[in-house]
Design a protein around this ligand. Structure first.
Ligand code: S3P
Length: 428
Protein backbone atom coordinates (compact mmCIF):
# COMPACT_ATOMS: atom_id res chain seq x y z
CA UNK A 1 0.00 0.00 0.00
CA UNK A 2 1.33 3.46 -0.92
CA UNK A 3 0.14 6.96 -0.03
CA UNK A 4 1.41 10.37 -1.09
CA UNK A 5 1.19 13.81 0.45
CA UNK A 6 -0.94 16.32 -1.35
CA UNK A 7 1.10 18.75 -3.46
CA UNK A 8 0.17 22.30 -4.38
CA UNK A 9 0.97 22.25 -8.08
CA UNK A 10 3.61 21.44 -10.70
CA UNK A 11 5.94 24.02 -12.23
CA UNK A 12 9.03 23.62 -14.36
CA UNK A 13 10.65 21.71 -17.13
CA UNK A 14 10.92 17.91 -17.42
CA UNK A 15 12.04 15.24 -19.83
CA UNK A 16 10.20 11.95 -20.21
CA UNK A 17 11.61 8.47 -20.86
CA UNK A 18 12.41 7.44 -24.44
CA UNK A 19 9.53 6.19 -26.57
CA UNK A 20 8.53 2.60 -25.87
CA UNK A 21 7.03 1.81 -29.31
CA UNK A 22 10.04 3.26 -31.13
CA UNK A 23 12.53 1.45 -28.87
CA UNK A 24 10.87 -1.95 -29.52
CA UNK A 25 11.01 -1.29 -33.24
CA UNK A 26 14.58 0.04 -33.20
CA UNK A 27 15.73 -3.15 -31.41
CA UNK A 28 13.82 -5.43 -33.79
CA UNK A 29 14.65 -3.68 -37.08
CA UNK A 30 18.32 -3.31 -36.11
CA UNK A 31 18.35 -7.04 -35.36
CA UNK A 32 16.86 -7.79 -38.77
CA UNK A 33 19.48 -5.68 -40.60
CA UNK A 34 22.70 -7.38 -41.62
CA UNK A 35 25.66 -5.62 -40.01
CA UNK A 36 26.06 -3.07 -37.22
CA UNK A 37 23.23 -0.73 -36.23
CA UNK A 38 23.16 1.78 -33.40
CA UNK A 39 20.24 2.68 -31.15
CA UNK A 40 20.74 5.80 -29.06
CA UNK A 41 18.59 6.81 -26.09
CA UNK A 42 16.53 3.58 -26.00
CA UNK A 43 13.96 3.05 -23.25
CA UNK A 44 15.31 0.51 -20.78
CA UNK A 45 12.19 -0.77 -19.09
CA UNK A 46 10.67 -4.20 -18.45
CA UNK A 47 8.88 -4.21 -21.83
CA UNK A 48 11.77 -3.17 -24.03
CA UNK A 49 14.25 -5.41 -22.20
CA UNK A 50 11.91 -8.29 -23.09
CA UNK A 51 12.31 -7.38 -26.76
CA UNK A 52 16.08 -7.10 -26.44
CA UNK A 53 16.25 -10.52 -24.78
CA UNK A 54 14.11 -12.04 -27.55
CA UNK A 55 16.57 -10.74 -30.14
CA UNK A 56 19.52 -12.04 -28.13
CA UNK A 57 17.79 -15.44 -28.05
CA UNK A 58 18.11 -15.71 -31.83
CA UNK A 59 21.80 -14.77 -31.81
CA UNK A 60 21.80 -10.97 -32.12
CA UNK A 61 24.52 -9.17 -30.17
CA UNK A 62 23.80 -6.02 -28.13
CA UNK A 63 26.98 -4.11 -27.24
CA UNK A 64 26.49 -1.45 -24.57
CA UNK A 65 27.46 2.11 -25.52
CA UNK A 66 27.38 5.22 -23.33
CA UNK A 67 23.88 6.14 -24.40
CA UNK A 68 22.51 3.03 -26.08
CA UNK A 69 23.61 -0.06 -27.96
CA UNK A 70 25.47 -1.19 -30.99
CA UNK A 71 23.49 -4.09 -32.42
CA UNK A 72 25.37 -6.67 -34.45
CA UNK A 73 23.42 -9.16 -36.54
CA UNK A 74 23.80 -11.61 -39.41
CA UNK A 75 20.44 -10.34 -40.66
CA UNK A 76 17.02 -11.87 -40.26
CA UNK A 77 17.90 -14.83 -42.47
CA UNK A 78 20.75 -15.73 -40.11
CA UNK A 79 18.67 -15.93 -36.91
CA UNK A 80 19.35 -19.01 -34.77
CA UNK A 81 16.54 -21.15 -33.46
CA UNK A 82 15.97 -20.02 -29.83
CA UNK A 83 17.09 -22.65 -27.33
CA UNK A 84 14.33 -21.87 -24.86
CA UNK A 85 10.88 -20.36 -24.53
CA UNK A 86 10.91 -16.58 -25.14
CA UNK A 87 9.29 -14.65 -22.29
CA UNK A 88 7.63 -11.45 -23.52
CA UNK A 89 6.90 -10.45 -19.90
CA UNK A 90 4.17 -7.76 -19.87
CA UNK A 91 4.70 -6.63 -23.44
CA UNK A 92 2.00 -7.08 -26.10
CA UNK A 93 4.19 -5.23 -28.58
CA UNK A 94 7.02 -7.75 -28.09
CA UNK A 95 4.72 -10.77 -28.44
CA UNK A 96 2.83 -9.56 -31.49
CA UNK A 97 5.70 -8.02 -33.44
CA UNK A 98 8.03 -10.98 -33.01
CA UNK A 99 5.28 -13.40 -33.99
CA UNK A 100 5.26 -11.67 -37.37
CA UNK A 101 9.04 -11.61 -37.40
CA UNK A 102 9.50 -15.32 -36.67
CA UNK A 103 6.48 -16.79 -38.52
CA UNK A 104 8.28 -17.04 -41.91
CA UNK A 105 11.70 -17.88 -40.39
CA UNK A 106 11.41 -21.68 -40.61
CA UNK A 107 12.30 -21.83 -36.89
CA UNK A 108 10.45 -23.42 -33.98
CA UNK A 109 9.67 -20.63 -31.52
CA UNK A 110 7.64 -20.68 -28.30
CA UNK A 111 6.43 -17.43 -26.73
CA UNK A 112 4.94 -16.80 -23.33
CA UNK A 113 4.40 -13.82 -21.00
CA UNK A 114 3.39 -12.76 -17.50
CA UNK A 115 -0.06 -13.25 -15.95
CA UNK A 116 -1.44 -10.13 -17.62
CA UNK A 117 -0.05 -10.85 -21.10
CA UNK A 118 -1.26 -14.46 -20.96
CA UNK A 119 -4.79 -13.09 -20.65
CA UNK A 120 -4.53 -10.85 -23.75
CA UNK A 121 -5.76 -12.00 -27.19
CA UNK A 122 -3.15 -13.28 -29.62
CA UNK A 123 -5.58 -14.74 -32.18
CA UNK A 124 -5.74 -11.25 -33.72
CA UNK A 125 -2.18 -11.77 -34.93
CA UNK A 126 -2.53 -15.46 -35.65
CA UNK A 127 -5.44 -15.04 -38.09
CA UNK A 128 -3.85 -12.70 -40.66
CA UNK A 129 -0.54 -14.56 -40.50
CA UNK A 130 -2.38 -17.84 -41.00
CA UNK A 131 -3.97 -16.35 -44.14
CA UNK A 132 -0.36 -15.87 -45.28
CA UNK A 133 0.38 -19.55 -44.58
CA UNK A 134 1.85 -19.34 -41.07
CA UNK A 135 1.54 -22.26 -38.66
CA UNK A 136 0.80 -20.77 -35.25
CA UNK A 137 -0.75 -22.59 -32.28
CA UNK A 138 -2.26 -20.88 -29.28
CA UNK A 139 -3.55 -22.00 -25.90
CA UNK A 140 -7.36 -22.22 -26.21
CA UNK A 141 -6.80 -20.94 -29.76
CA UNK A 142 -6.43 -17.43 -28.35
CA UNK A 143 -3.74 -16.98 -25.73
CA UNK A 144 -0.05 -17.39 -24.92
CA UNK A 145 1.86 -19.66 -24.69
CA UNK A 146 2.15 -19.68 -28.47
CA UNK A 147 4.08 -21.99 -30.76
CA UNK A 148 5.32 -20.72 -34.10
CA UNK A 149 6.17 -23.66 -36.36
CA UNK A 150 8.10 -23.73 -39.64
CA UNK A 151 5.77 -23.17 -42.60
CA UNK A 152 5.74 -21.95 -46.19
CA UNK A 153 4.30 -18.44 -46.13
CA UNK A 154 3.15 -16.35 -49.08
CA UNK A 155 2.16 -12.70 -49.60
CA UNK A 156 -1.51 -11.77 -49.22
CA UNK A 157 -3.86 -8.78 -49.03
CA UNK A 158 -5.05 -8.50 -45.45
CA UNK A 159 -7.98 -6.41 -44.19
CA UNK A 160 -7.67 -5.35 -40.56
CA UNK A 161 -10.18 -6.90 -38.15
CA UNK A 162 -9.16 -4.61 -35.28
CA UNK A 163 -7.41 -1.23 -35.13
CA UNK A 164 -3.99 -2.34 -33.96
CA UNK A 165 -0.53 -1.10 -34.84
CA UNK A 166 0.86 -4.29 -33.36
CA UNK A 167 -1.10 -6.54 -35.74
CA UNK A 168 -0.28 -4.24 -38.67
CA UNK A 169 3.40 -4.42 -37.77
CA UNK A 170 3.33 -8.22 -37.49
CA UNK A 171 1.91 -8.52 -41.00
CA UNK A 172 4.46 -6.05 -42.39
CA UNK A 173 7.34 -7.90 -40.71
CA UNK A 174 6.26 -11.19 -42.26
CA UNK A 175 5.55 -9.56 -45.63
CA UNK A 176 9.03 -8.09 -45.67
CA UNK A 177 10.51 -11.59 -45.70
CA UNK A 178 8.31 -12.98 -48.51
CA UNK A 179 8.78 -12.72 -52.28
CA UNK A 180 6.22 -10.30 -53.71
CA UNK A 181 3.82 -7.72 -52.34
CA UNK A 182 1.82 -7.99 -49.11
CA UNK A 183 -0.79 -5.39 -48.25
CA UNK A 184 -2.58 -4.51 -45.03
CA UNK A 185 -5.62 -2.22 -45.01
CA UNK A 186 -6.34 -0.58 -41.66
CA UNK A 187 -9.79 0.08 -40.21
CA UNK A 188 -8.53 3.36 -38.82
CA UNK A 189 -5.04 4.80 -39.06
CA UNK A 190 -2.91 3.61 -36.14
CA UNK A 191 0.60 4.66 -35.07
CA UNK A 192 2.88 4.44 -38.11
CA UNK A 193 6.35 4.01 -36.58
CA UNK A 194 6.83 0.65 -38.30
CA UNK A 195 6.25 2.15 -41.74
CA UNK A 196 8.36 5.29 -41.21
CA UNK A 197 11.26 3.51 -39.50
CA UNK A 198 11.41 0.50 -41.83
CA UNK A 199 11.75 2.87 -44.78
CA UNK A 200 14.92 4.22 -43.17
CA UNK A 201 16.16 0.63 -42.90
CA UNK A 202 15.75 0.29 -46.67
CA UNK A 203 12.36 -1.44 -46.87
CA UNK A 204 10.07 -0.80 -49.81
CA UNK A 205 6.81 0.37 -48.22
CA UNK A 206 3.99 2.25 -49.92
CA UNK A 207 1.18 3.93 -48.03
CA UNK A 208 -2.03 4.99 -49.78
CA UNK A 209 -4.56 6.17 -47.21
CA UNK A 210 -5.27 3.20 -44.97
CA UNK A 211 -3.55 0.67 -47.25
CA UNK A 212 0.08 -0.23 -46.63
CA UNK A 213 1.94 -2.35 -49.18
CA UNK A 214 5.29 -3.94 -48.47
CA UNK A 215 7.60 -5.71 -50.91
CA UNK A 216 9.84 -8.53 -49.72
CA UNK A 217 13.54 -7.68 -49.36
CA UNK A 218 16.55 -9.94 -48.83
CA UNK A 219 18.28 -7.55 -46.43
CA UNK A 220 17.63 -4.49 -44.32
CA UNK A 221 20.36 -1.84 -44.14
CA UNK A 222 21.81 -1.05 -40.69
CA UNK A 223 20.82 2.35 -39.30
CA UNK A 224 21.48 4.69 -36.44
CA UNK A 225 18.23 5.43 -34.59
CA UNK A 226 17.85 8.08 -31.89
CA UNK A 227 14.75 7.53 -29.82
CA UNK A 228 12.68 10.64 -28.89
CA UNK A 229 10.79 11.07 -25.60
CA UNK A 230 7.57 9.09 -25.25
CA UNK A 231 4.43 11.14 -25.91
CA UNK A 232 2.40 8.60 -23.93
CA UNK A 233 4.58 9.29 -20.88
CA UNK A 234 4.36 13.05 -21.52
CA UNK A 235 0.57 12.62 -21.37
CA UNK A 236 0.76 12.24 -17.57
CA UNK A 237 2.32 15.69 -17.25
CA UNK A 238 -0.17 17.13 -19.73
CA UNK A 239 -2.97 15.63 -17.65
CA UNK A 240 -1.35 16.87 -14.43
CA UNK A 241 -1.34 20.43 -15.77
CA UNK A 242 -5.12 20.22 -16.06
CA UNK A 243 -5.56 18.60 -12.63
CA UNK A 244 -3.41 21.09 -10.67
CA UNK A 245 -4.40 24.74 -10.52
CA UNK A 246 -1.51 27.05 -11.31
CA UNK A 247 0.48 24.35 -13.12
CA UNK A 248 2.94 25.38 -15.81
CA UNK A 249 4.97 22.63 -17.41
CA UNK A 250 7.42 22.34 -20.26
CA UNK A 251 8.09 18.79 -21.48
CA UNK A 252 11.26 18.64 -23.54
CA UNK A 253 12.24 16.48 -26.55
CA UNK A 254 9.03 14.51 -26.97
CA UNK A 255 8.15 12.47 -30.08
CA UNK A 256 5.40 14.35 -31.92
CA UNK A 257 4.45 11.87 -34.63
CA UNK A 258 0.88 12.94 -35.56
CA UNK A 259 -0.38 9.34 -35.26
CA UNK A 260 0.44 9.59 -31.55
CA UNK A 261 -0.52 13.14 -30.55
CA UNK A 262 -4.33 12.94 -30.79
CA UNK A 263 -4.49 13.97 -27.12
CA UNK A 264 -3.28 17.46 -28.07
CA UNK A 265 -6.08 17.79 -30.64
CA UNK A 266 -8.71 16.57 -28.20
CA UNK A 267 -7.62 18.86 -25.38
CA UNK A 268 -7.30 21.89 -27.66
CA UNK A 269 -10.83 21.21 -28.92
CA UNK A 270 -11.92 21.28 -25.27
CA UNK A 271 -10.38 24.70 -24.73
CA UNK A 272 -6.96 23.83 -23.26
CA UNK A 273 -3.99 25.92 -24.40
CA UNK A 274 -1.06 23.74 -25.38
CA UNK A 275 1.86 24.85 -27.49
CA UNK A 276 4.41 22.71 -29.25
CA UNK A 277 7.71 23.67 -30.77
CA UNK A 278 9.41 21.29 -33.18
CA UNK A 279 13.10 20.78 -32.51
CA UNK A 280 13.66 18.10 -35.15
CA UNK A 281 11.42 17.32 -38.09
CA UNK A 282 12.49 13.96 -39.47
CA UNK A 283 9.99 11.17 -40.18
CA UNK A 284 9.70 10.87 -36.40
CA UNK A 285 9.35 14.56 -35.43
CA UNK A 286 10.41 15.70 -31.98
CA UNK A 287 9.76 18.86 -29.99
CA UNK A 288 8.85 20.57 -26.73
CA UNK A 289 5.35 20.82 -25.27
CA UNK A 290 4.24 23.78 -23.13
CA UNK A 291 1.08 23.59 -21.09
CA UNK A 292 -0.48 25.89 -18.51
CA UNK A 293 -3.38 25.02 -16.26
CA UNK A 294 -6.67 26.17 -17.77
CA UNK A 295 -10.32 25.23 -18.00
CA UNK A 296 -11.36 21.98 -19.71
CA UNK A 297 -14.78 22.06 -21.32
CA UNK A 298 -15.60 18.36 -21.60
CA UNK A 299 -17.46 16.79 -24.52
CA UNK A 300 -17.66 13.54 -26.48
CA UNK A 301 -14.71 11.81 -28.13
CA UNK A 302 -15.17 8.99 -30.62
CA UNK A 303 -14.33 7.84 -34.16
CA UNK A 304 -11.03 7.86 -36.01
CA UNK A 305 -9.11 9.76 -33.31
CA UNK A 306 -9.46 6.87 -30.83
CA UNK A 307 -6.44 4.83 -32.06
CA UNK A 308 -4.32 8.00 -31.85
CA UNK A 309 -5.16 8.52 -28.16
CA UNK A 310 -5.57 4.88 -27.17
CA UNK A 311 -2.82 4.76 -24.52
CA UNK A 312 -3.72 8.20 -23.19
CA UNK A 313 -7.38 7.40 -22.44
CA UNK A 314 -6.89 6.38 -18.79
CA UNK A 315 -5.37 9.84 -18.13
CA UNK A 316 -7.87 11.66 -20.33
CA UNK A 317 -10.90 9.94 -18.79
CA UNK A 318 -9.91 10.99 -15.28
CA UNK A 319 -9.65 14.60 -16.47
CA UNK A 320 -13.44 14.43 -16.80
CA UNK A 321 -13.49 14.86 -13.00
CA UNK A 322 -11.90 18.29 -13.45
CA UNK A 323 -13.92 19.40 -16.50
CA UNK A 324 -16.83 21.85 -16.70
CA UNK A 325 -19.19 19.31 -18.24
CA UNK A 326 -19.12 15.49 -18.64
CA UNK A 327 -16.42 13.88 -20.74
CA UNK A 328 -17.55 10.88 -22.77
CA UNK A 329 -15.29 8.49 -24.69
CA UNK A 330 -16.81 5.92 -27.07
CA UNK A 331 -15.53 3.48 -29.72
CA UNK A 332 -12.69 2.50 -27.39
CA UNK A 333 -13.53 -1.19 -26.81
CA UNK A 334 -9.84 -2.00 -27.43
CA UNK A 335 -9.20 -0.65 -23.93
CA UNK A 336 -10.75 -3.82 -22.57
CA UNK A 337 -7.79 -5.91 -23.80
CA UNK A 338 -4.87 -3.73 -22.71
CA UNK A 339 -2.57 -4.41 -19.73
CA UNK A 340 -5.81 -4.38 -17.72
CA UNK A 341 -9.43 -3.83 -18.77
CA UNK A 342 -8.82 -0.09 -18.73
CA UNK A 343 -12.50 0.86 -18.94
CA UNK A 344 -13.26 -1.20 -15.85
CA UNK A 345 -10.09 -0.07 -14.05
CA UNK A 346 -10.86 3.63 -14.55
CA UNK A 347 -14.56 3.21 -13.70
CA UNK A 348 -13.71 1.40 -10.44
CA UNK A 349 -11.20 4.03 -9.38
CA UNK A 350 -13.45 6.98 -10.20
CA UNK A 351 -16.22 5.34 -8.19
CA UNK A 352 -13.81 4.76 -5.31
CA UNK A 353 -13.11 8.50 -5.25
CA UNK A 354 -16.81 9.25 -5.05
CA UNK A 355 -17.04 10.39 -8.67
CA UNK A 356 -19.94 9.76 -11.00
CA UNK A 357 -19.19 7.61 -14.03
CA UNK A 358 -21.15 5.57 -16.57
CA UNK A 359 -19.62 2.46 -18.11
CA UNK A 360 -20.38 1.32 -21.68
CA UNK A 361 -19.08 -1.73 -23.55
CA UNK A 362 -16.95 0.64 -25.67
CA UNK A 363 -16.15 3.47 -23.31
CA UNK A 364 -17.25 5.61 -20.40
CA UNK A 365 -18.69 8.95 -19.38
CA UNK A 366 -17.11 10.81 -16.48
CA UNK A 367 -18.94 13.61 -14.66
CA UNK A 368 -17.26 16.61 -13.01
CA UNK A 369 -16.40 15.70 -9.41
CA UNK A 370 -18.78 17.26 -6.90
CA UNK A 371 -17.37 15.88 -3.69
CA UNK A 372 -14.56 13.52 -2.82
CA UNK A 373 -15.62 10.55 -0.66
CA UNK A 374 -14.95 11.37 2.97
CA UNK A 375 -14.26 7.75 3.92
CA UNK A 376 -10.86 6.16 3.33
CA UNK A 377 -10.16 5.94 -0.39
CA UNK A 378 -8.26 3.03 -1.96
CA UNK A 379 -7.32 3.15 -5.64
CA UNK A 380 -6.21 -0.02 -7.44
CA UNK A 381 -3.58 -0.24 -10.15
CA UNK A 382 -4.63 -3.61 -11.62
CA UNK A 383 -0.98 -4.40 -12.50
CA UNK A 384 -1.23 -1.72 -15.18
CA UNK A 385 1.49 0.94 -15.49
CA UNK A 386 -0.76 3.64 -16.92
CA UNK A 387 -3.46 3.13 -14.29
CA UNK A 388 -0.78 3.25 -11.57
CA UNK A 389 0.51 6.62 -12.84
CA UNK A 390 -2.98 8.14 -12.99
CA UNK A 391 -3.50 6.94 -9.40
CA UNK A 392 -0.27 8.59 -8.25
CA UNK A 393 -1.42 11.91 -9.72
CA UNK A 394 -4.84 11.60 -8.07
CA UNK A 395 -3.23 10.78 -4.77
CA UNK A 396 -0.93 13.83 -4.97
CA UNK A 397 -3.84 16.03 -6.04
CA UNK A 398 -6.18 15.12 -3.19
CA UNK A 399 -3.92 13.65 -0.47
CA UNK A 400 -5.16 10.96 1.95
CA UNK A 401 -5.61 8.41 -0.81
CA UNK A 402 -4.03 4.94 -0.72
CA UNK A 403 -2.93 3.01 -3.78
CA UNK A 404 -2.63 -0.77 -3.56
CA UNK A 405 0.51 -1.10 -5.70
CA UNK A 406 2.59 1.01 -8.08
CA UNK A 407 5.44 -1.28 -9.17
CA UNK A 408 3.89 -1.66 -12.65
CA UNK A 409 5.31 1.78 -13.58
CA UNK A 410 8.57 -0.07 -14.38
CA UNK A 411 6.96 -1.16 -17.63
CA UNK A 412 7.23 2.28 -19.26
CA UNK A 413 8.25 5.02 -16.79
CA UNK A 414 10.53 3.64 -14.06
CA UNK A 415 11.52 7.09 -12.73
CA UNK A 416 8.04 8.67 -12.80
CA UNK A 417 8.11 9.61 -9.10
CA UNK A 418 11.54 11.28 -9.35
CA UNK A 419 10.47 13.23 -12.44
CA UNK A 420 7.33 14.43 -10.67
CA UNK A 421 9.36 15.43 -7.60
CA UNK A 422 11.59 17.62 -9.80
CA UNK A 423 8.69 19.93 -10.62
CA UNK A 424 6.47 19.58 -7.56
CA UNK A 425 5.51 22.65 -5.56
CA UNK A 426 4.84 21.42 -2.04
CA UNK A 427 1.98 22.66 0.07
CA UNK A 428 3.16 25.69 2.09
C1 S3P B 1 1.59 -0.26 -29.67
C2 S3P B 1 0.33 -0.29 -30.21
C3 S3P B 1 -0.90 -0.13 -29.42
C4 S3P B 1 -0.60 0.49 -28.06
C5 S3P B 1 0.56 -0.15 -27.38
C6 S3P B 1 1.81 -0.02 -28.24
C7 S3P B 1 2.73 -0.44 -30.56
O1 S3P B 1 -1.48 -1.40 -29.18
O2 S3P B 1 -1.74 0.43 -27.24
O3 S3P B 1 0.81 0.44 -26.13
O4 S3P B 1 3.89 -0.16 -30.14
O5 S3P B 1 2.54 -0.87 -31.69
P1 S3P B 1 -2.48 -2.09 -30.24
O6 S3P B 1 -1.70 -2.47 -31.43
O7 S3P B 1 -3.03 -3.28 -29.50
O8 S3P B 1 -3.52 -1.06 -30.51
Amino acid sequence: MVTFDRIETLKGSVTVPPDKSITHRAFIFSSMAEGRSVVLNPLMSRDTIATMNAMKAVGVEFIKLDNGFEIVSKGYRGFNEPQDVINCENSGTTARLITGLFAPSGRYVVLTGDNSLRRRPMDRVKRPLQTMGADIRLRSDRFLPMTVLPSKMHPADIMAEVSSAQVKSAVILSGLQLDGYTSYTEKEITRNHTETMLRDFGADIMVEGKKITVRGVKNLIPQKTTVPGDFSSAAFFIGAAIMFEGAEIKIRSVGLNPTRTGLLTVLRDMGVQIETELTSSSAEPMGDIYIKHGRLKGGKICGEIIPNIIDEIPMLAVLGLFAESPLEIRGAEELRVKESDRIKSVVENISALGGEVEEYPDGLKVYPLKKLKDKEILLKSFDDHRIAMVNILLSKRFGNISIDEISAIDVSFPDFLEKLKDIEVVVA
